[in-house]
Design a protein around this ligand. Structure first.
Ligand code: 3HC
Length: 311
């Protein structure tokens, strides 16, 4: 006879109900969630670096304030997601160690250089746009804390995407040089943004199980297609071309055909050999080490507070 706990879990998933931290869950479900949520959190924290470098070099106070708010949001998203991972028994310090030692991943997209200020706009438009395509379905994932964290994150992500697109609209109304800077950034970020959605469905070892557990609600290719279909009209309105000669509307499919990303590049970047991997990880390590005194002071302060409460 089926184990009543497994049966209850299966019924919860089948009914599109939420699994909560104190519910029984299969060990594989827990492990998959820790893997995905931890790597999602790592992506948010590492993702602060490419744009963070532009805060001191933003061309106006308004742009500086917007960028500061966005980078701060990413930090908050990371902390939110580490808290969701902790509800599964993960230890935040251990997760940080795994990131620093290269034993856990973060999104490939953050291993590319942000060479010009137009990159800040394109990161908002493409990277946060792709993040929205990926994160909206996650608001319906079967694990309660993760789904609820995504609702809050998605609200802030739409501001990130809009501010990036608005920045580019401003630059496209500027000089010839600014328009060329935008097109150059679009050319460099388009394909890596498509790779953010993961390998093609036929080469996605986690998808089947994640879909069965309703952690993943749409396949990598479906979300990639959704992002392309959303972005093409925005590129037309902006007056930039997307660097894909095979990109065209397909009436029968009701969506755009497009070229094939270079999957060997994705694997290379994921395995640590992207343009900025070493720099991103070493800066994360340095920040962690330099922050030791802050963690120790906060822990000492909390202990003193606890002692006072017991007096
Ligand atoms: N970068 C790094 N690793 C990637 C990747 C990418 N773009 N795409 C896939 N991978 C890894 C997977 O993690 C997996 O490795 P693992 O088993 O060691 O974790 C392997 O490649 C095979 O990929 P699968 O498709 O089988 O893996 P998943 O089913 O986990 O799908 C995913 C990958 C779509 C990224 C999924 O994990 C996911 O939706 N994660 C949550 C969202 C997320 O992490 N987004 C990252 C973007 S950053 C962001 O949104 C922040 C915003 O502010 C910009």
């Amino acid at each position: 006879p089926p184990d009543p706990l497994q049966q209850h879990f299966d019924d919860t998933i089948a009914r599109d109900h939420r699994v909560e931290p104190r519910d029984w869950m299969p060990e594989g479900y827990r492990r998959t969630l820790v893997r995905q949520i931890a790597q999602h959190a790592h992506s948010e924290i590492i993702g602060m670096q490419p744009e963070g470098d532009w805060i001191t070099r933003a061309p106006s106070l308004r742009r500086k304030a917007i960028l500061f708010a966005k980078v701060q949001d990413e930090a908050g998203h990371g902390l939110y997601l580490y808290s969701a991972a902790e509800t599964l028994g993960a230890d935040r310090a251990d997760l940080t160690r795994r990131l620093i030692e290269g034993r856990q991943k973060y999104s490939s997209i953050f291993n590319y250089p942000a060479d010009t200020f137009a990159d800040v706009g394109v990161i908002g438009w493409f990277v946060d746009g792709a993040a929205i395509c990926n994160q909206v379905p996650l608001c319906r994932s079967s694990y309660g804390p993760y789904a609820r964290a995504m609702v809050r994150v998605c609200k802030e992500e739409s501001f990130h995407q809009r501010q990036g697109y608005e920045l580019l609209l401003t630059m496209m109304r500027g000089t010839e040089g600014q328009r060329a800077m935008v097109q150059n950034a679009v050319d460099r970020w388009w394909w890596p943004s498509l790779m953010m959605f993961g390998p093609p469905d036929g080469d996605s070892p986690n998808s089947a199980q994640s879909t069965a557990w309703k952690i993943k609600r749409h396949s990598n290719d479906e979300l990639r297609q959704r992002f392309v279909d959303m972005t093409v009209p925005q590129a037309e309105r902006l007056g930039v071309t997307l660097p894909d000669p095979e990109l065209r509307w397909n009436e029968e499919r009701g969506s755009h055909d497009f070229g094939t990303p270079d999957w060997t590049e994705l694997q290379r970047v994921i395995s640590g050999d992207g343009p900025r991997n070493a720099e991103r990880v070493s800066r994360r390590r340095a920040a962690h080490e330099e922050g030791t005194w802050v963690r120790e002071a906060a822990a000492a302060h909390a202990a003193k507070q606890a002692e006072r409460r017991e007096e």
